[in-house]
Design a protein around this ligand. Structure first.
Ligand SMILES: NC(=O)c1ccc[n+]([C@@H]2O[C@H](COP(=O)([O-])OP(=O)(O)OC[C@H]3O[C@@H](n4cnc5c(N)ncnc54)[C@H](O)[C@@H]3O)[C@@H](O)[C@H]2O)c1
Length: 431
């Protein structure tokens, strides 16, 4: 790992939390998004993922009439790229880096390796990439803070990336309420700094991670990019909204091509340990109690990591001028179904304590993914049950071995904001 002088880590956060304000999911029996007709195969793209299986319970293939994506889309750039992946040691960033390398692109990773969650997980992500490409000059890894001006200037001067995939951020809703300033630093200052460098170094396309949390105050069921998102309800959500606004400014002033991707709760192998899917699998596996708020019918949109990576690569390849995209599965899963699926794949019964509904909880929320389909050809293909099966498989067979069993005791599972927690996890009483 390369270290430039002056790079420093940010302070730590004590409480781990879910990134997105939603903590839901989706499964076979869920209602498809009426606005997103998702029956046509992906548009041509270098981002096509290998090994994504459509199984019987894929709920996205039966609904609505068939139609092609809009014709006036930006054609995908098919040539070789050198892509700067910030946050490349993290969950989404490391998966994006892996796929970029697999298709032949060069990848420059920058990550400060903060301890928002166990650093060994991030080290393991980087080790994995390094082991996959041991001699390869196509992968460069730098440790440092994206806000460090000297460090980042040197990095841009040396590497000259023409494509930026900015995944680095402080995630987590609750911790942002406890310590907003670290979010202002990494998310707002960090993103601004990267856009400044991107415009100065003539970057062709700047893609960054926003979040479904920006829909904070929305009353809708299907969240569309057309909605007004002026009511973020946590510093984290506000920081993502601020990035979207600043991105517009950089597009307006300098013609920087920018796409912001609003991820809906991402899960999968090597997923973040502070998020509900990991925690549910972990708690059920270890026989620890889960608290369920309400009758289990509330439902959320969860997105499998391979689908998110596919969407990110599609956005990188298509230098839209300025667009925000929802990247979700486009359908939801109820909490009850979620827990049933986890139990069946883990092979253990969950210890569930039913609690009264939480005030303000919303029954069903999910991404309208029709714009991402139209402009990027994006369509999530991994059914929830299959995604959880793969995640459980990883948890059982790889997680302990490769991460050194670094499970931290959790205090709670879900984020705050638009969709208050429908489940909470406490330390075991029956373990
Ligand atoms: N995972 C989700 O469900 C989800 C949902 C919505 C949005 N997002 C967004 O997607 C992006 C990736 O999320 P993730 O789940 O992979 O999170 P992650 O925490 O696993 O990865 C983020 C990485 O960024 C690094 N980082 C943070 N601040 C930095 C800084 N100042 N300089 C350099 N590196 C820094 C961290 O060390 C970490 O490795 C984030 O922007 C997050 O806000 C994620």
């Amino acid at each position: 790992m390369k270290n430039f002088p002056g790079s420093e880590s940010m302070p730590t956060l004590a409480i781990l939390d879910e990134d997105s304000s939603s903590s839901g999911d989706d499964t076979p029996t869920t209602t498809p998004n009426p606005r997103a007709r998702t029956t046509v195969a992906h548009a041509a793209s270098m981002a096509d993922m290998a090994g994504l299986s459509l199984s019987d319970d894929d709920d996205s293939s039966e609904e609505g009439e068939r139609r092609a994506p809009r014709a006036n889309t930006v054609p995908p750039h098919m040539g070789h790229k050198k892509v700067l992946v910030t946050g490349g040691a993290g969950f989404v960033g490391s998966n994006v880096a892996e796929q970029l390398l697999a298709r032949g692109d060069d990848v420059v990773i920058v990550d400060e390796m903060n301890d928002y969650y166990d650093v060994r997980i991030k080290e393991n992500n980087l080790r994995r990439l390094r082991e996959m490409y041991p001699e390869d000059k196509r992968l460069a890894i730098y440790r440092g803070d994206i806000c460090d001006e000297d460090f980042m200037l040197q990095l841009f001067e040396k590497e000259r990336p023409q494509w930026v995939c900015h995944m680095a951020a402080r995630a987590g809703v609750r911790p942002s309420i406890q310590d907003p300033f670290v979010y202002i630093h990494s998310n707002i200052r960090g993103t601004t700094h990267l856009m400044e460098l991107s415009h100065k170094f003539g970057v062709k396309n700047f893609v960054f991670a926003s979040s479904s949390s920006v829909y904070g105050g929305s009353k809708s069921t299907f969240f569309s990019e057309d909605e007004n998102v002026d009511n973020p309800v946590s510093p984290y959500a506000a920081s993502k909204k601020a990035c979207e606004l600043l991105a517009y400014t950089y597009h307006h002033l300098y013609n920087l091509n920018v796409s912001g991707l609003r991820f809906f709760t991402v899960y999968g192998p090597r997923g973040r340990p502070d998020m509900a899917p990991f925690k549910f699998i972990d708690r059920v596996s270890r026989g620890l109690e889960l608290q369920q708020f309400g009758d289990g019918s509330s439902s959320r949109d969860y997105t499998y990591i391979d689908d998110i990576v596919d969407g990110v690569l599609r956005a990188i390849d298509r230098p839209n001028k300025y667009e925000m995209f929802n990247l979700g599965k486009g359908s939801g899963t109820s909490l009850k179904e979620f827990l049933d699926i986890v139990q069946s794949h883990v092979g253990k019964k969950a210890i569930i304590k039913i609690m009264p509904d939480q005030p303000g909880d919303v029954p069903y929320t999910c991404a309208d993914v029709s714009k991402a389909y139209d402009l990027l050809g994006y369509r999530a293909t991994v059914p929830f049950s299959e995604g959880i099966r793969r995640t459980v498989d990883w948890y059982m067979n790889d997680y302990g071995k490769n991460s050194g069993s670094c499970i931290e005791p959790e205090t709670q599972a879900n984020g705050m904001g638009r969709a208050p927690s429908f489940a909470e996890i406490r330390e075991a009483v029956n373990a």
